[in-house]
Design a protein around this ligand. Structure first.
Ligand SMILES: Cc1ncc(COP(=O)(O)O)c(C=O)c1O
Length: 281
């Protein structure tokens, strides 16, 4: 067993000891500018040194309260001792794995846990939810697009204005959040239609106008939706919005892809955000 300290060494409230950015941060930002890609779009010059719980320290010793949990991912806080211990133990034991080629006990165990907790109704034939592990949100969405097209043998995908699904080509084609994310990258994936997010009026438009004129539902492979829209402005959809998408999908044999990259894993009080939002309406 590897010992991991649980002692908190950072102040538990913000502490500014330099003007911002401090001298060390300024120097690093300058060096960064000459050697890293300009496609990293940083909003402000925070140069992070370490994190502990919900506190972050920059390279000049200034301490901040991290109200955004990293980029909405450190739900257990920065450097949670149990998470650190698990990573240390695993890396000391086996650092390289390839789930596409071999089997690992931890992979089976994690898939079982996720399958047990997945918010899907029990299948009539007793089959369980199955898990595909990926490296990032974009890769998950690429996998979901491929799965939906392969399984349904259809090509159309409906996504929402304001959505962010990632920066690879398929995921970017589903994204409609900021112009800069798509500008000058066309042609994107064909067959994607965007409609406004979160309202019944938008689903009326889909059903009454698009389905009857230019988008036969029998040609749609999937509807992809964030249970709470993130980059688009932290929008909780109208009551019944997600349930209505579920019904539409069931009616026309369309797959429902729920992108919980930003809203999920406990952040709404439920492990899966869809379980929280869909049940509130
Ligand atoms: C809803 C949503 N989907 C997908 C992604 C892409 O995830 P990644 O940056 O891990 O590719 C993000 C990233 O912010 C996201 O917010």
């Amino acid at each position: 067993m590897i010992e991991v300290s649980t002692e908190r060494t950072l102040p538990q409230k913000p502490l500014l000891i330099t003007t911002l950015p401090g001298p060390r941060a300024k120097e690093l930002v300058e060096r960064d500018r000459t050697v890293t890609s300009p496609s990293y779009t940083r909003d402000y010059p925070l140069v992070v040194s370490r994190g502990e719980g919900c506190m972050l320290e920059d390279v000049d010793g200034n301490v901040f309260l991290d109200l955004t949990a990293g980029i909405a991912v450190t739900a257990t806080g920065h450097a949670h001792p149990q998470v650190v211990r698990a990573i240390q133990e695993q890396s000391a034991n086996l650092l390289h794995m390839s789930g596409t080629d071999f089997y690992y006990p931890q992979m089976v165990e994690l898939a079982e846990k996720l399958s047990d907790r997945a918010p899907f109704p029990q299948a009539a034939d007793g089959k369980r939810a199955r898990v595909f592990f990926s490296n990032s949100g974009a890769e998950s969405n690429e996998g979901a697009i491929k799965l939906a097209r392969y399984y349904t043998k259809r090509s159309g995908i409906v996504a929402f204005l304001g959505a962010f699904h990632g920066r690879t080509y398929g995921a970017m084609s589903l994204t409609a959040s900021k112009r800069v994310q798509r500008e000058r990258f066309a042609p994107l994936l064909p067959g994607v239609t965007h409609i406004p997010y979160g309202t019944h009026a938008s689903l009326d438009y889909l059903e009454e106008k698009l389905f009857t004129t230019m988008l036969p539902p029998e040609e749609i492979a999937a509807i992809i939706v964030e249970p709470i829209q993130g980059e688009g402005g932290y929008i909780v959809p109208e009551d019944g919005f997600l349930a209505r998408i579920r019904n539409l999908c069931d009616r026309y044999g369309i797959l429902m892809i729920v992108d919980e990259v930003q809203s999920g894993m406990g952040r709404t009080g439920k492990l899966f955000a869809i379980a929280k939002v869909a049940n509130s309406g």
